[in-house]
Design a protein around this ligand. Structure first.
Ligand code: PXP
Length: 248
């Protein structure tokens, strides 16, 4: 059964909009856990635009499920990660101007540098995932880095309209990358742009271990509350896996 990692960066974004204390992402993590989250995911960006070091320290002390820290493979944030020791890190690319993480990590272009960052985490017992596009070149390079998991970028799949050919092609690309990941013995993760309507096909990919979802859950939480929004996403995932077979 796939784990649900709830990304709570958006709660911190709202707090930073006013520069005050609320809403607090640490509260969000508690409510997400109550809703059945299997993990809490946060991205410590180099510009600290949402999650702050204080959040990470408190989350490390309070989160009872897996704590997954997304970060760039850059020395400053890596040092913080090694001090805080989350259960897992996920290396992502980072550009200061982007609204969110826009593409997967170019592992093929910097395998040695990424491999070194992975090794430093794994030497401390921290699992290390790489967030990559479902592109055979990137998958092949990622498999040589010593990473424990690959998180497949589902953004292009999510952006394609349901029933359209591009959506089927994107799903086929995800399936191919997923098979290569699992065949190499790495854990399979996916995320970005997943919502209540499109999560099922991704959750059904064979041996999907973890889905990281933020925007759609936090958006729904504005209306139904975070615990309920997380509970409903868990239901979507569980129903996708347990329900009758359905292929897109
Ligand atoms: N996975 C990774 C690596 C991400 O960078 C993000 C966005 O922060 C997500 C998952 C969640 O994406 P979304 O907010 O679109 O659900």
């Amino acid at each position: 059964m796939s784990r649900l990692g709830v990304n709570i960066d958006h709660v911190a974004t709202l707090r930073q909009a006013r520069g005050g204390r609320e809403p607090d992402p640490v509260w969000a993590a508690v409510l997400a856990e109550l809703g059945g989250a299997d993990g809490i995911t946060v991205h410590l960006r180099e510009d600290r635009r949402h999650i702050q070091d204080r959040d990470l320290l408190l989350l490390r002390q309070t989160v009872g499920v897996r704590l997954n820290l997304e970060l760039a493979a850059e020395p400053e944030v890596l040092t913080v990660a090694l001090q805080v020791r989350p259960d897992q890190v996920t290396f992502v690319p980072e550009r200061r101007q982007e609204l969110t993480t826009e593409g997967g990590l170019d592992v093929a272009g910097q395998a040695a540098r990424v491999g070194e960052a992975v090794k430093r985490c794994r030497d401390q017992g921290i699992e290390a995932a790489l967030f990559i596009d479902p592109d055979p070149r990137q998958v092949e390079a990622a498999l040589t880095t010593g990473a424990t998991a690959l998180e497949l970028h589902t953004g292009r799949y999510a952006a394609a309209a349901e029933g359209m050919r591009t959506r089927r092609l994107e799903l086929a690309a995800l399936r191919g990358a997923a098979q290569a990941t699992v065949a190499a013995g790495l854990e399979l993760h996916a995320g970005h742009g997943l919502n209540y309507q499109n999560v099922a096909a991704v959750a059904r990919l064979d041996q999907m271990a973890e889905l990281n979802i933020g925007h759609s859950i936090i958006s729904r939480a504005v209306f139904v509350g975070l615990t309920q929004a997380v509970r409903e996403m868990k239901e979507c995932i569980d129903r996708a896996i347990l329900g009758p077979f359905h292929s897109e």
